[in-house]
Write a protein of this length. Structure first.
Lengths: 361, 229
């Protein structure tokens, strides 16, 4: 059998396992409207997705993932609760690494269910793990909900919290914001000059472009207000850093989170969810005593995840997880035009799974 | 077999390239009529002159259809990824200097840095309902620069010329373009962000890593490098 046929056979096996677990098979278009993806991921998606021009439909992209079209389909026509599976290719441009494939098979399992999100987290993790078979893989988990709860609970202005939330998936910029808000980076000379500008502005330069003078003045007012907000305390910065650096087994992380929650009570709910999820995973037979957690997991690659995240990796292929998944409640709100539903899902990459299986033999 | 040298086919860049090589004993000239894109080389054997559009030279080098080429490093980095797997730089020629910069209207008196631009992009999107538009023809370089600096909520719109005019025409809010003196930016009421320097480019002699380098070509290259370096 050729490689591609083997991959298709493996994908079929996985999809059948997902159907047995209760999922309904769905298909999505390969061409997706670029605008939706650009608004969601930002301009960076252009570096990763193939863009093509259609004279009638405008800019289209070869689907870079299934999650967005599956969520759209569910929000438009889906009944609740729903479990879906899909199987097909996703397309990713590879600008930096010529050895990575630009079209890869994915087989997914997605759960839209409001009743018991924690049970759904454990269900998706289990269904994916079972479909991977009995090969040796390292599991990693994370929980972006804990970090967002921590940011929301910081003792600072809403403007600062919003700025941090906006960049939670960009670790470098997030770090920079923390440094600025805590005073670790001193105020720049240009910012000091901005604060000294008299309002309303009397400018000797022409007003050009769509951004009006009132927008400039509104921002200057914000900057003045921002300058009066006391710096974020070192202690609070250390708490956030501590969350991001957590890298231990689930029970150890839980006890550390209980400690952190004493100083940062806003994460208490998220920690309860985390604890309940450990129980749900244990009920499903997972060895939670040895299951690893990484406080920064899912923050760089998976921009729409906002709760539980997980991945399975082979020793020999650390760079490319064989399976990944997570919770994306906020994405359903963005794509749902007013509606939303708790949702969690994951994908297996059958080509990588085959390579790992062959390597193990 | 000969070593093919790709050189810009028009204007000041061609003339300065010819002068630069002439100073080093390599005579390049157009053969035939002034309008014919055929060239001749004196002073060194085994080198063939190929006259090309400067914008196509990176692609021809990457494909290995020419061995050597003269073009700006901005075009190499924009058009080839990752550029250094296809070409290497042999000599910087000291002319054709251009800086790729990010510029915003002078009337944005609250904006001086990328931090400011990022904050403005968020507010702009909330107010106007679309992502702040940056006009450029250097899509890859600009996108990578903004990604590395964590700027979000912007979009790149294509502009192949007269880019400095787009803000006044309200087809973009900011621009990313090359500038030498900054005069055109100033004349169009734009200012460069203090940390908005993306790339300093100049005319450069480049060597293809994918072209066929047999024994003959290598010995011609050795002589060529001896003359120009």
């Amino acid at each position: 059998m050729t490689r591609l046929l083997k991959t298709v056979a493996e994908a079929t096996r996985i999809a059948t396992a997902f159907e047995t677990a209760g999922a309904v098979r769905v298909e999505t278009d390969i061409l997706q409207p670029a605008e939706t993806l650009l608004d969601l991921y930002g301009e960076d998606i252009r570096a990763r997705a193939y863009t093509t021009q259609d004279p009638l439909k405008g800019e289209q992209m070869l689907r870079p993932d299934f999650t967005v079209p599956v969520v759209q389909m569910h929000m438009d026509v889906g009944a609740e609760p729903a479990r879906y599976t899909y199987s097909g290719k996703v397309f990713r441009r590879q600008e930096d690494d010529p050895n990575r494939s630009s079209e890869t098979m994915q087989v997914g399992y997605e759960v839209f269910d409001r009743d018991n999100p924690i049970a759904a987290d454990a269900e998706v993790f289990t269904v994916i793990r079972d479909a991977l078979g009995d090969i040796k893989l390292n599991a990693m988990t994370g929980d972006i909900g804990i970090l967002t709860a921590a940011v929301q609970g910081l003792d600072t202005s809403d403007a600062r919290k919003n700025a941090l939330m906006r960049h939670i998936w960009r670790p470098t910029r997030f770090r920079r914001l923390l440094d600025r808000f805590s005073g670790a980076i001193p105020m720049s000379a240009s910012r000091k000059a901005h604060l000294e500008l008299k309002l309303p502005l009397e400018l000797d330069v022409p007003q050009i472009g769509l951004r009006s003078q009132s927008e400039v003045e509104a921002r200057l007012l914000n900057l003045k207000a921002e300058a009066d907000v006391p710096p974020l305390s070192e202690n609070q910065v250390a708490l956030i850093e501590g969350l991001l650096k957590l890298r231990e087994t689930l029970p150890n992380v839980l006890s550390k989170l209980h400690d952190i929650a004493v100083d940062l009570p806003s994460i208490a709910n998220a920690v309860d969810v985390f604890a309940a999820r450990i129980d749900a995973l244990a009920d499903r037979g997972h060895d939670v005593e040895n299951l690893m957690f990484d406080g920064a997991y899912g923050l760089t690659q998976m921009e729409y995840y906002d709760g539980f995240v997980f991945g399975f990796t082979a020793e020999a292929l650390i760079e490319q997880p064989v399976a990944t998944g997570g919770r994306y409640d906020a994405l359903t709100r963005v794509l749902g035009r007013g509606a939303s539903i708790p949702a969690v899902g994951g994908v297996i990459r059958p080509e990588l799974l085959l390579s790992v299986k062959e390597g193990a033999q | 077999m000969s070593v093919k040298l790709g050189v810009p086919s028009k204007g000041r860049l061609m003339q300065k390239t010819f002068d630069w090589f002439a100073d080093r004993g390599v005579g390049l000239r157009k053969s035939g009529s002034d309008r014919e894109y055929a060239g001749a080389v004196d002073g060194i054997d085994g080198v063939e002159l190929v006259l090309l559009s400067a914008g196509e030279i990176p692609r021809e080098l990457a494909a290995g259809r020419i061995h050597l080429g003269v073009t700006g490093t901005d075009l190499v980095r924009e058009k080839l990824a990752p550029w250094d797997t296809y070409v290497s730089e042999i000599a910087q020629m000291g002319f054709g200097r251009a800086d790729l910069v990010l510029a915003v209207p002078n009337c944005w008196v609250d904006v001086d840095t990328l931090d400011d631009l990022d904050a403005v992009a968020a507010a702009f999107r909330a107010k106007h309902g679309f992502r702040l538009r940056i006009a450029t023809k250097y899509h890859r370089l600009v996108r990578e620069f903004l990604r590395d600096n964590g700027v979000a909520d912007y979009q790149l719109v294509d502009s192949q010329g007269a880019t400095e005019g787009v803000v006044k025409n309200e087809t973009a809010e900011a621009i990313a373009d090359i500038t030498t003196t900054g005069d055109t930016l100033r004349a169009n009421h734009l200012k460069v962000l203090s940390d908005g320097m993306m790339h300093r480019s100049q005319a450069t002699v480049l060597k293809s890593k994918t072209a066929e380098w047999g024994i003959d070509e290598k010995s011609v290259l050795a002589k060529f490098e001896e003359m120009i370096l």
